[in-house]
Design a protein around this ligand. Structure first.
Ligand SMILES: [Fe+2]
Length: 251
């Protein structure tokens, strides 16, 4: 069924030591660390705790991405920037070796198309934006919305395609890539945190070489504990990730 996979030479053994942290990524471009704005960190103390832990895990740059999702959160650019500013000030003062910026994880629906996109999006890197699809099924207008994002000059990165379990044909993601949409893997997916099917999807997309970026999608302490367990307890996953070329450092 998946004969189009780029097969890896499974007989080859990793020769060098596996890098013991996520410094090979360097940049985390998907997290929910702006306090009290979505289902991520709820207090400044929590945010700072998460940032310090990410720093210790080898991330020296964070582009944090609160949800902008019409039905779920009353967020817009002004509010996100206002809530983010104290965090930016704290990091500048106390963690001079760390850089932090804010963008958003935009939920692609008709609200986004009508109310969010026309007002302008928060970008990072090369006019890039992180976007997510529904977990329940493709929006009927998904392709049109994605096209509108690109037609407005943005370069979309689709968050965690492996989590859209309704999509069993990985060629769909290949097609999206062909249309200029980048793809982002969640660390927690490849770990198996969201379940076996999502882990398998992540492995398939990784094998196909379709991912461009890898992010933590860190929301809370349980996520952090799991992410920290990867370098400590999952050498196989660290090796898999080490062998793949992610483009996080370009951001
Ligand atoms: Fe997210």
């Amino acid at each position: 069924m998946f004969s189009f996979f780029k097969k890896k030479d499974t007989t080859s053994k990793h020769t060098g030591p596996v890098i013991p942290d996520f410094s090979f990524l360097g940049v985390d471009m998907h997290s929910h660390l702006v306090p009290a704005i979505d289902d991520g960190a709820q207090t400044m103390e929590d945010s700072i705790h998460f940032i310090e832990n990410l720093y210790n895990l080898g991330f020296k740059k964070i582009i944090t991405t609160p949800h902008i999702h019409g039905e779920m959160y009353d967020n817009d650019t002004n509010k996100v920037r206002r809530y983010f500013q104290p965090l930016k000030d704290y990091v500048a003062q106390h963690l001079p070796d760390m850089s932090i910026d804010v963008s958003a994880e935009y939920f692609l629906d008709t609200y986004f198309l009508g109310d969010v996109l026309p007002k302008g999006l928060m970008t990072f890197g090369k006019n890039q934006v992180l976007v997510e699809a529904s977990m329940a099924g493709w929006n009927r207008q998904f392709n049109d919305i994605m096209f509108a994002v690109q037609a407005n000059g943005y370069n979309p990165i689709l968050a965690h395609p492996e989590r859209y379990l309704y999509e069993t044909d990985m060629k769909v993601f290949e097609t999206l890539k062909g249309k200029g949409v980048s793809l982002q893997l969640n660390l927690l997916s490849i770990l198996g945190y969201y379940g076996k099917s999502i882990k398998i999807n992540a492995e398939k997309i990784l094998q196909l070489g379709l991912y461009d970026y890898c992010g933590t999608d860190l929301h809370h302490e349980r996520h952090l504990t799991q992410i920290k367990s990867i370098p400590e307890e999952h050498q196989d996953i660290m090796q898999l990730l080490n062998e793949y070329t992610f483009r996080n450092k370009d951001l």
